[in-house]
Structures are given as C-alpha cells and as structure tokens.
Unconditional design. Structure first.
Length: 238
C-alpha cells in the first residue's frame, strides 16, 4: 500500500495512545518520494532555552510512498519513526541513531504489541525496482541502407543531439540515401545497458521489433532544432 496523510495520522494517534501513553505531541505529516528512506522524523531548528540548553522543535514525520509496501511494513515504519520522535521529544541522548534506548523501546513495543519493528527493512526485488530512479535517455534508432537496424545513446544536451544527427546523416547515410534516423526519449531499463557518447558507434540490434519504444517520447530532430513530442500514454518529463 501507499499510505495517505490521513492514514498515517490515524495510525499515529492510535499508536501514541497504545504505546506511548498519549505523550507525543501532534506533528505535521508529509509524504515523500525519496529513494533513500522509508520513514524519517526531522526537525528544522533547535531553540536555545534557559541555562543555555537547546530544545528540538518543528518536528516533521515523513513517510515514503514511492514503494508499494505491505500494510504491516508501513505500520512498523510509522512505529519505528515514532520511537525516534519519542526519544527526541524527551531529549534523551542515545548511544547511536539506533542505540540502546531505541532498541529498548523497539523490543518493548514488539513484545507488548506483537509488532515486528526492525532497525531497517530489506527491500525485495520488486521493491528495489520501484525505488530506483530511472534516468531518461536519448536514443537514436538508425535504419541503415543495408537493412540493418542499430541504436545509439546520445547525451541529453541539445548541441550533442544536433551534432550527432548531422554527422550520422553523413556517415551512415550512404550514397543511395536510404538510411534514416528516428529519435526517442525513454527511461526504459533496456537502454541503460548501452553507453552514452557522441562517438559514431552504433549497436546493431538483430531483432529490431524487440526494441522497447512503446512508452517512449518521439523527438523531432532537424539540422537546427530538437522538439519533444510527448507520448499521451507516458507522463515522463525531459
């Protein structure tokens, strides 16, 4: 599941009463699409109080919705972050980020509440794939005069696309002028296996119909201009 803010707030209130005696102050909840964490409690400043002591303030609970996780994992993630919040609100000093205090509270909640809170969550293959940031790539598909089809990955900068298009037209065009170049922008992982450069090296694809371009955006390239023609079935942005 990918929780909503309302869902997280409901679970926060429930767990606050059940496991923390209702002592945790309400805090803002924000949804995150970062790939580096499932949950995080942060504060934006520390106010200096009496006797020069600093106090944590402006807490925010961030829960990641980039990955579709089982509900039990989402719940345990919320509880994990609530333990951090509990320690920070009370301004206790733990031995490390997940030190003795954290582990003591984690064990208490797991034992009394039948939970399975852990220090970290190991992503399975499907979850890892969701966490990855797919980078869009510029792909030239060349239909050569001898009937073969090749691909080339070119850097995103417009000057590189124009340079490669102009030079490839001369290099691969042939005297009969039958070669043609199609340009695409896509984040399909298939193209991550090929290097990006402006070298005149083309990778021949033995089965052209296997090139995954159904969700790609078509680029209209001339000698002087590059325009992106978006695929209505794809929300990818360049």
């Amino acid at each position: 599941m990918r929780p909503t803010i309302e869902y997280i707030q409901t679970r926060f209130d429930e767990y606050n009463t059940r496991f923390f005696g209702g002592t945790l102050p309400p805090l803002p909840v924000k949804l995150s699409h970062a790939k580096g964490f499932l949950g995080k409690v942060t504060f934006t400043r520390r106010r200096r109080g009496l006797f020069g002591r600093y106090h944590n303030e402006d807490f925010v609970l961030r829960i990641n919705v980039r990955i579709d996780l089982p509900e039990t994992v989402v719940e345990d993630t919320i509880l994990h972050e609530m333990i951090h919040y509990y320690i920070a609100v009370n301004e206790w000093h733990d031995t490390s980020t997940h030190g003795e205090l954290f582990r003591r509270e984690m064990a208490r909640i797991n034992q009394t509440g039948g939970r399975h809170i852990t220090i970290s969550h190991r992503l399975n293959e499907e979850e890892q794939a969701q966490a990855q940031v797919r980078k869009g790539r510029i792909v030239a598909v060349l239909h050569l005069s001898d009937g073969r089809t090749g691909i080339k990955i070119v850097p995103k900068q417009i000057r590189h696309i124009l340079y490669w298009h102009q030079k490839a037209t001369r290099v691969f065009g042939g005297r009969d002028g039958q070669a043609s170049i199609e340009w695409y922008y896509t984040a399909h992982p298939f193209f991550a296996n090929y290097p990006s450069s402006i070298a005149m090296k083309v990778y021949i694809i033995e089965k052209p119909d296997t090139i995954p371009l159904d969700d790609a955006h078509r680029l209209l390239v001339t000698d002087r201009q590059v325009r992106l023609q978006k695929n209505p079935n794809n929300s990818l942005k360049w």
